[in-house]
Design a binder for this molecule. Structure first.
Ligand SMILES: C[S@@+](CC[C@H](N)C(=O)[O-])C[C@H]1O[C@@H](n2cnc3c(N)ncnc32)[C@H](O)[C@@H]1O
Length: 227
């Protein structure tokens, strides 16, 4: 199953997005303290305008460019304060494309591991290429003093193989696919790659089945970097 086509044709907003709503709430809380009227945000792998919808719910007048290669890009969210620019392309294609405008904020939510997988190598190499590409994209498209907001899932530190296996079976039954630990990112990987500590970093248990959130080993993480 490839990282892009697996999202083609699914009703993302009403299925997947509802399951990972804890992640989106955390992103919303953090963005509320970091965005200003007139900002441009580039959402990388934003599905059917998920970043645009989160920011619109904050009521901040902004422009959101969404770089998304799957057919979910054809679903246009209803927005009132956000000007929305959907671009149907992969992150790799976006590296060579001219963006409509430079960004005050790069937003990447739950798509880092999917984008990395597209590099087709082992997880460690995939992440290395992901960070090289991200730095190129930042250099080209992020304004000086701009911020990067990364929302990413991973497993609780110290979770056992048995716990991860159990979680993966649940994830597969609810979302159709799951990821081994090595494919998920950690905040340390972002920090070491950008040679910077996050200015904000928060994590929350994310129970996909909406049961007791403390009983899950899945974590929603959001980290903000300024480089
Ligand atoms: C789990 S979804 C996350 C969507 C959205 N950001 C959210 O928070 O709900 C992962 C997204 O990454 C996108 N994706 C996969 N490979 C990609 C690539 N190479 N470039 C850009 N987006 C990609 C998928 O199509 C999908 O929409």
């Amino acid at each position: 199953m490839d990282s892009i086509t697996k999202f083609n044709g699914i009703d993302y907003t009403n299925t997947f997005a509802k399951r990972i709503s804890v992640m989106h709430e955390l992103v919303k809380n953090i963005l509320s303290g970091h965005l200003n009227k007139g900002d441009v945000i580039i959402d990388i792998g934003g599905g059917p305008g998920i970043g645009a919808k989160i920011i619109d719910n904050l009521g901040i007048e902004t422009t959101v460019i969404n770089i998304e290669p799957s057919t979910t890009i054809n679903e246009i969210p209803q927005l009132s304060s956000v000007k929305y620019i959907p671009l149907k392309m992969t992150f790799k294609e976006a590296l060579d494309a001219k963006m409509p405008c430079a960004a005050d904020c790069l937003l990447v939510v739950s798509s880092e591991h999917e984008i990395a997988l597209c590099n087709g190598q082992a997880p460690k190499k995939n992440k290395k290429i992901f960070f090289e590409d991200m730095k190129k994209f930042i250099h080209k498209n992020l304004k000086k003093n701009g911020i990067m907001v990364f929302g990413f899932p991973n497993y609780r530190e110290g979770a056992s193989e048995i716990e991860i296996d159990r979680q993966r079976r649940l994830t597969e039954s609810l979302l159709g696919h799951s990821h081994p630990k090595e494919e998920f990112f950690t905040v340390e990987e972002f920090s070491s790659s950008f040679s910077a500590q996050p200015v904000v970093c928060m994590k929350k248990p994310m129970n996909l089945a909406n049961e007791n959130p403390e009983e899950t080993i899945l974590r929603a993480n959001v980290a903000v970097f300024k480089i």
